[in-house]
Each structure stands twice: as structure tokens, then as C-alpha cells.
Design a protein around this ligand. Structure first.
Ligand code: OFO
Length: 172
């Protein structure tokens, strides 16, 4: 069983992870429309990872004998000013998600829910990686600075990203 405050925080995070997936779907579609197929692929893979993050939390809630409260997922923006703006928003969003994860970890610790606190350790580390990846990509886009050749090469390199299940042991 989970304390009410932990259940609410975890349920909200399921929603936040699905929103992340939805946001990156929207960004992927935007990049695709501009012809940046590699950027679109990177964001699509990112979106799939976010769904896996959501399902993994959902399963933790079920394993603890509770049901998540599944709320509405808000619509993401349909358009962005540029590829640079996309990655600025990715970075800002990942920083926001890091804050959310840290807050849930604090709630779990406050409630002495060591199982949830331990479960969240993976997400804490993941957010360090997510922020680093977003920062690196934003730097590369800024360095390319609308240079067509540099953007073409960056786009080609992002086309190689493949989805890897972050939780192969559970198939989430
Ligand atoms: Fe779920 O890791 Fe990004 O947001």
C-alpha cells in the first residue's frame, strides 16, 4: 500500500511522463514537417522512452496494491519557432521533470516509503542523463547556427538513434 501523498505524486508523474511523450511527439511532427527527419527520429524515440517511464511508474503503483488516478493529458504546442527553439524547450522541460522527480523523492522520504524512494533512484539518475543529452544537442544546434551543411550532418547523426527499452527485465 502507498500513503495518499505518495500515490498522488506518483499518479501525477504518470501523467507528466505521458505529457512528455506527447510533447516530444508534437516536436517530432514539427521537425518532420520541416524536413529534419533525423531530429524527428530522435524526438520520436525520446517520446517512446517517456511512455516507458510512465508505464514503469504505473506498474510500481499496481505492485504496491493501488490504482493510479489517471487524469487528462494536456495538448502540447503544435508548432515551434525553429529547431533551436525545440531543443531549448526540450532542455527546459527536462529540467522541469527533474524538479518533479526530486519532489516525489522528498515526499517518499518524508513518508518513510523507502521502496518508492529506492524505485525513484533510477529516475533521479535518468534525469541527469536527460538534461545532459538535451544540453549537448542544444549546443550542437547553436554551433550549427543555421549553417545548412552543419545542420544536415547533425540531422543525419540523429537519424541513427534507435529505441532501447529502458526496462527490458519487465518489458515496460
Ligand atoms: Fe521521463 O525522462 Fe524525460 O522527461
Amino acid at each position: 500500500m502507498l500513503k495518499e501523498s505518495v500515490l498522488k505524486a506518483l499518479s501525477d508523474q504518470v501523467n507528466a511522463e505521458f505529457y512528455s511523450a506527447y510533447l516530444y511527439f508534437g516536436m517530432s511532427a514539427y521537425a518532420d514537417r520541416l524536413g529534419y527527419r533525423g531530429v524527428a527520429n530522435w524526438l520520436y524515440v525520446q517520446s517512446r522512452e517517456e511512455m516507458a517511464h510512465a508505464v514503469h511508474i504505473y506498474r510500481h503503483i499496481l505492485e504496491r496494491g493501488e490504482s493510479p488516478a489517471l487524469g487528462d493529458i494536456k495538448a502540447p504546442p503544435a508548432s515551434f519557432g525553429s529547431i533551436k527553439e525545440v531543443f531549448e524547450k526540450v532542455l527546459a522541460h527536462e529540467r522541469h521533470v527533474s524538479d518533479l522527480i526530486n519532489k516525489i523523492a522528498s515526499i517518499a522520504m518524508g513518508e518513510q516509503d523507502h521502496a518508492t524512494y529506492n524505485f525513484l533512484a533510477w529516475y533521479v539518475s535518468e534525469q541527469v542523463e536527460e538534461e545532459a543529452n538535451a544540453e549537448e544537442l542544444l549546443s550542437k544546434v547553436k554551433l550549427a547556427d543555421n549553417n545548412t551543411g552543419a545542420m544536415y550532418n547533425l540531422d543525419a547523426s540523429l537519424a541513427a538513434r534507435k529505441f532501447v527499452d529502458p526496462f527490458p527485465q519487465t518489458g515496460d
